[in-house]
Design a binder for this molecule. Structure first.
Ligand SMILES: C[S@@+](CC[C@H](N)C(=O)[O-])C[C@H]1O[C@@H](n2cnc3c(N)ncnc32)[C@H](O)[C@@H]1O
Length: 276
């Protein structure tokens, strides 16, 4: 049975993913640029929240963006057309059953997808088989265990834990960021380099207060209100206090910290063996 995608596919979630992408562009993407003529696979592109940045940073690369959800792809196509992107094509495909041959891509880009997969090593392994020898994979993930804030709040931590637990029950892992190195190693990648990217937000950075603390992180936790309370994970009033307290961290004296992890790894070139 297919597991539910914990964030859902509704319009509110689309807007949240878009807010998240535009807030974090510099922090997460500034160092991802692919050479002219290279073939790039964006696996799990969703509504295309990262696709515009990816395509604009590498205007001469040929990007194939795939997702399992046709609904999300329709939105991604619309957005790419509105942005005038000419170097991206969208296709519906499952990471575990990609319709491409071996060695089809020079580079692969995966953002906020492994957190939803029950078999992330297998997914990375599948992706590796479509990568040319010497090609790279870039993986970006968050880690909800890295969220800490002021004023601290037990209720806010409980609300966050509901999201972590719901994602776990759906087969995913909301704390996958810290595991990128071992996952890529198990999948057989070489030259793995992980760089933690911390978002630090206080009221001197109003664009991050709005774009990250409120519209990305707190909006995501608010999004599980119904599922968490229906599952009896938390008393409704505790959840509501948790959300109020998260909004307080976006106040004049509030502080919010969260760490993303970005990994780049290589499919090793096969050593050429010479006969005796
Ligand atoms: C949180 S969204 C991230 C989307 C986009 N990468 C971003 O950063 O905004 C995760 C996406 O992975 C897609 N996905 C999950 N499992 C997949 C699979 N097996 N094959 C392809 N896409 C998948 C979901 O449909 C969803 O659009």
């Amino acid at each position: 049975m297919k597991k539910a995608y914990v964030h859902g596919y509704d319009q509110r979630e689309n807007i949240r993913l878009q807010d998240q992408a535009s807030t974090l562009v510099e922090l997460l993407h500034a160092d991802t640029k692919y050479p002219a003529g290279s073939r790039v696979l964006e696996a799990g592109c969703g509504v295309g929240a990262q696709t515009t940045t990816l395509a604009r940073n590498s205007p001469q690369a040929l990007i194939t963006s795939v997702d399992i959800s046709e609904t999300s792809l329709a939105e991604a196509r619309r957005k790419a057309m509105a942005a005038g992107l000419t170097n991206v094509q969208f296709e519906q495909a499952d990471i575990f059953n990609l319709p491409y041959g071996p060695d089809s891509f020079d580079h692969i880009f995966v953002c906020f997808v492994l957190e939803h997969l029950a078999r992330p090593v297998e997914a990375l392994h599948q992706l590796k088989s479509h990568l040319k020898q010497g090609g790279t994979i870039t993986v970006i993930e968050g880690d909800h265990g890295s969220a800490y804030f002021h004023p601290d709040s037990e209720a806010a931590r409980q609300a966050i834990q509901c999201q972590v637990e719901l994602q776990r029950r759906a087969g995913g892992n909301a704390m996958v960021g810290r595991e990128l190195y071992p996952l890529l190693r198990k999948a057989g990648f070489d030259s793995i380099h992980v760089s933690p990217r911390m978002v630090y937000v206080d009221s001197s950075r109003p664009e991050l207060v709005e774009g990250f603390t409120k519209k990305t992180f707190t909006a995501m936790i608010e999004g599980v209100r119904q599922s968490a309370t229906e599952a009896g994970m938390v008393e409704p009033d505790v959840f509501e206090k948790g959300i109020r307290d998260l909004y307080q961290t976006a106040g004049a004296d509030g502080v919010f910290c969260y760490t993303f992890f970005k990994a780049v790894a290589r499919r090793s070139p096969v050593a050429v063996t010479t006969g005796s």
